[in-house]
Design a protein around this ligand. Structure first.
Ligand code: ADP
Ligand code: ASP
Ligand code: MG
Length: 426
């Protein structure tokens, strides 16, 4: 029998009725003659609620215990989904990540999958059961501790299972009809993309489009595993993420721009009055690297000749903000800078498209759209297929809509507004 791997996100499993609806969908797939393996996320916003609870108990909780806590969310939904399936007359077996053979690195909160040894899954499938796996978690090969894969990581669990089990495609069920040209929550005119390359999807995910976890796309590209992103609330065809050529007869879309992504998860730190001499940037960024802080954009201004001092600004995940500031305060004497500024009211807007490589004028149109909306640009960075800018957080949504329109991405379907079926967008 063919194996189908499906993933249901938290927004599709928000309450008892949603769980029953998902169970129905899973058993329909089984009834159609497939073996079914399902990765599930924690119900609704329960991962965020667990995190809030942890910080109420302790402002900086130990990473090992945080992983123990967070993996509980997926354990709840896997058991409930299995129960709902048995109520429909089918047998299901739920497994934690560790039981399912998801082997990871040892980094708590951001572990990488090294291998999947799905012995217990194949055994359960062999006995005719539907298999439900807790997403977003695994067990470290070295420390034997329970780990999590980073927020949104159930997508990666699903793709890793699909690759290990030799599925044809990995189906990701969520609360929108697929991958759109922008987040439908802030750009209602966004258009559904039928087919997108791994390269463009990677860049969108890396720029903040949380519809897919970045590492799930990296994994899918490595194993040449197509991903079908679709809604658990409708039966519409979604988006295929693949580098395989479109089947004959299907129109080949080759737009210059794939889409617009926004990100509110970053903060900006400015190191003020850095002596403009060799080695200062190296000292600053080495200290941050040792503290395992991820840096995104960096800008260094030319020093004012009278002072010989310069400012260095960079962006980083807000979650690393406190550690980064503490690290920099510790080295202020050795580096010799005069001050530090922390700003968490920024937003990042990115335009992604493989066609940028060969089409001049893309940045001009991008910056003009921002100027006409009176959005000030604070930082700029580019890759071959992406332009990103930092703006004030409260101007981000408007900026995204303006850029979306400027590149002709708005849907032209009459009444064709993108539907958001569930979720809180948290
Ligand atoms: P799940 O709970 O199913 O994992 P997520 O909230 O992680 O769902 O991801 C789905 C959400 O991603 C959508 O509700 C939407 O707000 C957001 N999103 C951001 N960018 C995009 C995009 N380009 N296309 C579709 N959805 C997007
Ligand atoms: N429950 C986890 C999270 O909220 C993993 C996931 O949903 O993919 O990040
Ligand atoms: Mg998700």
């Amino acid at each position: 029998m063919p194996i189908v791997v499906q993933k249901y996100g938290g927004s599709s499993l928000a309450d008892a009725d949603s769980i029953k609806r998902v169970a129905q969908r899973i058993t329909e797939t089984k009834k159609a003659g497939n073996d079914v393996v399902v990765a599930v996320s924690a119900m609704g916003d329960s991962t965020d609620e667990l995190l809030d609870l942890a910080t109420e108990v302790s402002p900086l909780p130990p990473a090992r215990e945080l992983d123990m806590l967070m993996t509980a969310g997926e354990r709840i939904s896997m058991a409930l989904v299995a129960m709902a399936i048995s109520d429909l007359g089918y047998t299901a077996r739920s497994f934690t990540g560790s039981q399912a053979g998801v082997i990871t690195t040892a980094v708590h909160g951001n572990a990488k999958i090294i291998d999947v040894t799905p012995g217990r899954i194949t055994e359960a499938i062999g006995k005719g059961h539907i298999v439900i796996v807790a997403g977003f978690q695994g067990v470290s090969q070295d420390t034997k501790e329970i780990t999590t894969l980073g927020r949104g990581g159930t997508d990666t669990t699903a793709v890793a299972l699909a690759a290990a089990l030799g599925a044809q495609v990995c189906e990701i069920y969520t609360d929108v009809d697929g991958v759109f040209t922008a987040d439908p929550r802030i750009v209602p005119a966004a258009r559904k993309i039928h087919r997108i390359s791994n390269e463009e999807m990677l860049e969108l995910a890396a720029s903040g489009s949380k519809v897919l976890h970045l590492r799930s796309v990296e994994y899918a590209r490595r194993f040449d595993m197509p991903i079908h992103v679709r809604s658990s609330f409708s039966h519409k065809e979604g988006t295929i993420v693949t580098d395989q050529p479109a089947p004959e007869g299907e129109p080949v879309e080759a737009p210059i721009i794939a889409g617009v992504a926004h990100d509110r998860s970053e903060a900006k730190i400015t190191v003020v009055g850095v002596p403009d001499t060799t080695g200062k940037a190296a000292q600053i960024f080495t200290a941050l690297a040792v503290a395992e802080i991820n840096i995104d954009m960096i800008v260094q201004n030319v020093s004012a000749t009278e002072t010989g001092l310069t400012d260095i600004s960079f962006t980083l995940p807000k979650t690393h903000g406190t550690t980064a500031m503490q690290t920099l305060q510790r080295i202020s004497g050795t580096v010799g800078f005069t001050g530090l500024l922390y700003d968490d009211q920024i937003g990042k807007l990115s335009l992604v498209g493989a066609g940028m490589r060969s089409n001049p004028g893309v940045s001009a149109t991008f910056f003009r759209a921002l100027a006409e909306t009176e959005v000030n640009i604070e930082m700029i960075s580019t890759s071959e297929i992406r332009i990103s800018v930092i703006t004030r957080a409260d101007r981000l949504d408007e900026a995204a809509r303006a850029v979306h329109t400027a590149f002709g991405l708005d849907s032209t379907d009459p009444g064709g507004e993108a539907v958001v079926y569930g979720g809180t967008g948290r």
